[in-house]
Design a protein around this ligand. Structure first.
Ligand code: GDP
Ligand code: MG
Length: 433
């Protein structure tokens, strides 16, 4: 996600940091480079210009230039303004009404049906009782795709091919089966066309609390223009899909202000679990290469069993023992593609391309498993003879044990720093090798 933009921004900040003291000219040159990086990432030019203007107003003052860490201050300002640009506070679904109705609209192929399934899973896990409804009079096969997804996420399905009477029947069905959220998938609108009148009629009639516009992030800043024809339907928020394949970031940065509606969720893969609530501050951190520890912890909490939830809680508190670390390594096996999780940690990217990563993880796990409980809790007691025993037990070497212990120390420090929000981009001690 956002690899190319993140790399460029990290490079710009590395250079600024290397300079130490910054002159006004240095800052202006840095901002120009950031602007170019944003434009290359397909951020709308007006969005980039406004963002940089706000940053410049705050950055070219005495306080920043005279501070001991001007590049850090500049980074903090960029982070704050990027967060504001993407909507500031995270927004949620209104889910008003009984049952609450969420209608998904958008261009063909943007990911509406997939998102409907993801949303049903997301809401079920929050304790809601969704009903998935397919409202597509044009494509009979559309209902099969949603019915299959519904079965997969274990949510009931209702077909309403004739939208107006169909929706009435769906709402009756929801009430009688005590379903409290009705998620409605609608036909895709071909590029360049207006949404069919039927869609407007449906919205007028049903009064949904949420009308979500599903947009494909791969269309970049175009997404905002594509959105225009849908806004008159009473769109309340947007979902940006396919962020997993988006190396640029143009849509994430441009869409919220361009369409004047908050982004509520992002799609990060094809599976039902690949949906995340959109948090502008965390997204800014990811774009700036600051990692997203909060997101990592939530992912662990969501995917993992009870033991992992405790780990996540401890990571959150800022205490991380070797035992937790082991649990985390184990979790990575469980919590879906390892790379997806690791990508949230700054500096880990290089390691991801390493085919030996999985092997190293297995060895790390073996080393920790060869430790006694006491050693795991108090790694400082591990002296030379214990190291030899652990190496023998795990089929590794003393050097490898040393490396793991050093890596654990680094992780611990990194976690602490991240909690204080002070990780400079590009700083990457977390190398699994
Ligand atoms: P619809 O026409 O708007 O209903 O779009 P679909 O839900 O049928 O999705 C179109 C294609 O996009 C399918 O192949 C999906 O698997 C894929 N897709 C949807 N969301 C995501 C996502 O977040 N990431 C990725 N990689 N693919 C997605
Ligand atoms: Mg569809």
């Amino acid at each position: 996600m956002f690899e190319s933009l993140t790399e460029r921004l990290a490079q710009i900040f590395r250079e600024l940091r290397g300079k130490g003291k910054l002159s006004e000219a240095d800052v202006r040159a840095g901002l120009r480079e950031i602007r170019q990086a944003l434009l290359a990432a397909d951020v709308h030019y007006q969005v980039a210009r406004d963002l940089l203007r706000r940053v410049e107003e705050q950055a070219v003052g005495k306080r920043v230039l005279d501070s001991l860490t001007p590049s850090q201050q500049l980074l903090a300002i960029v982070r704050k303004e990027m967060t504001a640009l993407m909507g500031g506070e995270a927004q949620t679904l209104s889910l008003s009404g009984r049952p609450a109705v969420v209608v998904l609209v958008g261009p063909a192929g943007s990911g509406k049906t997939t998102t409907a399934g993801k949303l049903a899973r997301f809401l079920s896990r929050k304790g809601r009782r969704p009903l998935l409804v397919c409202c597509d009079p044009f494509r009979p096969a559309a209902s099969e795709q949603l019915a299959t997804l519904a079965a997969r996420v274990e949510v009931p399905f209702f077909n309403a091919p004739d939208p107006l009477p169909g929706m009435e029947a769906a709402l009756r069905e929801a009430k009688s089966s005590l379903r409290d959220v009705v998620i409605v998938d609608t036909p895709g609108v071909p590029p360049g066309e207006e949404p069919p009148e039927l869609l407007a009629e449906l919205v007028r009639k049903v009064h949904p609390g949420d009308v979500l516009l599903v947009l494909d992030a791969l269309t970049g800043q175009e997404a905002a223009r594509i959105a225009e024809v849908f806004l008159p339907l009473g769109v309340t928020g947007a979902v940006l899909t396919k962020l997993d394949g988006d190396a640029r970031g143009g849509a994430a940065l441009s869409v919220p202000t361009r369409i004047g509606r908050p982004v509520l969720f992002v799609g990060v893969g094809e599976r039902p679990e690949d949906l995340e609530p959109f948090h502008p501050d965390r997204m800014a951190d990811r774009i700036l290469g600051l990692g997203d520890l909060q997101g990592l912890v939530e992912k662990l909490e969501e995917t993992a069993g009870d033991e992992l939830k405790q780990t996540a809680a401890r990571v959150r508190e800022g205490t991380l023992t070797l035992e937790d670390f082991l649990a985390q390594l184990e979790a990575m096996g469980k919590a879906g593609p390892l790379s997806q999780l690791l990508a949230r940690i700054p500096g880990i990217k290089g390691a991801l391309d390493d085919p030996e990563l999985e092997r190293d993880l297995r060895r790390s796990r073996a080393i920790i498993q060869s430790m006694t409980l006491e050693e795991r809790r108090n790694p400082h007691i591990i002296g030379a003879s214990r190291k030899r025993r652990i190496a023998r037990g795990s089929g590794t070497s003393v050097q490898e044990v040393n490396r793991l212990l050093a890596q654990y120390e680094k992780t611990k420090k990194l976690v602490k720093k991240m909690r204080r929000g002070r990780i400079p981009p590009g700083l990457g001690p977390l190398n699994m090798g």
